[in-house]
Design a protein around this ligand. Structure first.
Ligand SMILES: [Zn+2]
Length: 60
């Protein structure tokens, strides 16, 4: 069975479940805030960063 690890969401600091065989650059959704997250590092520690919403700039 898949082993899950929990990583802090960089947006809301909630827990995001990540499977043990996650791949670099894989996109995940935070179950708490709904942010799209990208795996930016696998070692030495798994890291997530908020993925860009789209190629377009929303004029922030
Ligand atoms: Zn979140």
């Amino acid at each position: 069975m898949p082993v899950l690890t929990t990583i802090e969401c960089p947006v809301c600091w909630g827990g995001v479940n990540v499977s043990a065989d996650v791949m670099l650059s894989e996109l995940l959704d935070c179950g708490d805030c709904g942010a799209e997250l990208e795996v930016t590092a696998l070692s030495p520690a798994l890291q997530l960063a908020e993925a860009p919403m789209s190629a377009e700039d929303w004029g922030e």
